[in-house]
Design a protein around this ligand. Structure first.
Ligand SMILES: [Zn+2]
Length: 305
């Protein structure tokens, strides 16, 4: 009898009681926002990496371990974006629910469209930070939608009593995102095929989605700082192809981009890859509104075509 009740209690503990709030930890502010969009007031969401930080390199503070210890669900970007800081935190939380492979561990990359997946043997010479394909996939709104869908399906499973609520919030988000995409497509339409350079390979999903052509990077390889010889080659290529836009993520030193800009007449545009990267970027849709407005203004200013 006693054994039976322990087993019953154990089974009950797996699913949140009806109406309970699901405690979610998201590795980035983008995933935190997508979780809030579909979870509403049935989730409590906390974030580890802030939107203005380089998501490859985040300080692993002990306070995160305490928060992870209480989480029902951990949502991660995956593709090794967080490999330098998240695994030890998750391990030290000793929370069985959110370990990789457990029910409360959601890797949003598994249902996303991933670009730049390396083929053949991977070596360090290929770069330091993208060995499993490009992890910056949330910068295609189609992938934001896919991540939101993965999150809503997970929440509906964990808290079945609120599944209808989650699904209706997802439907609303999907609709608002589709409306916003029409607006972004219209803003970007005049610049199809525009050649640009970016600092890090943060933007392949964004540039593919909106039809820009990235002809080079300030980093010689992902995660490898600029070298003089690579910079000279890049300047030559930018002059040849008349590239006037140089996108830089907010957490990189502007010294090299500015010297490239001086040599080529290009404009340095500091564009945020994440929610929370700027005060105005309060949610996932605001991220694209902010970035596209900034980018279009810069393109118009340089007269680039
Ligand atoms: Zn990266």
């Amino acid at each position: 009898m006693r054994l039976l009740s322990i087993v019953t209690l154990g089974a009950l503990a797996l699913a949140a009681p009806a109406g309970a709030v699901v405690n979610v930890m998201a590795s980035t502010e983008d995933l935190a926002d997508l979780t809030r969009q579909v979870g509403g007031d049935k989730v409590k969401v906390e974030t580890i990496a802030r939107g203005y930080q380089d998501p490859h390199f985040v300080e692993a503070k002990p306070s995160f371990i305490l928060k992870l210890a209480k989480a029902d669900l951990l949502v991660v970007v995956g593709r090794e974006l967080e490999i330098g800081w998240l695994p030890p935190l998750v391990q030290q939380s000793r929370n069985a629910k959110i370990q990789p492979g457990a029910e409360g561990y959601l890797d949003a990359s598994l249902t996303a469209k991933i670009l730049e997946i390396p083929t053949g043997q991977i070596t360090r010479a290929m770069g330091d930070v993208h060995p499993a394909g490009n992890p910056h996939y949330w910068l295609d709104p189609g992938n934001g939608r896919r991540a939101a869908k993965a999150i809503v399906d997970k929440l509906s499973k964990m808290d079945a009593a609120d599944a209808a609520y989650f699904q209706s919030r997802y439907a609303d988000f999907d609709k608002r995102l589709a409306e916003a995409e029409k607006r972004w497509d219209a803003q970007m339409a005049p610049y199809k095929g525009l050649k640009i350079v970016t600092y890090h390979r943060s933007w392949p999903n964004f540039t593919e989605r909106f039809g820009l052509d990235v002809i080079g990077y300030v980093e010689p390889r992902p995660g490898i700082p600029p070298s003089p010889s690579h910079t000279i080659d890049l300047i030559g290529e930018m002059k040849r192809q008349q590239v006037k836009i140089l996108l830089v993520e907010p957490y990189f030193d502007l010294k090299t981009p500015q010297s490239i800009a001086r040599e080529t007449g290009a404009k340095v545009v500091v564009m945020s890859p994440s929610v929370g990267g700027e005060k105005e970027i309060t949610d996932y849709i605001a991220l694209f509104d902010y970035d596209i407005k900034l980018l279009v203004a810069a393109i118009q200013e340089t007269g680039a075509k």
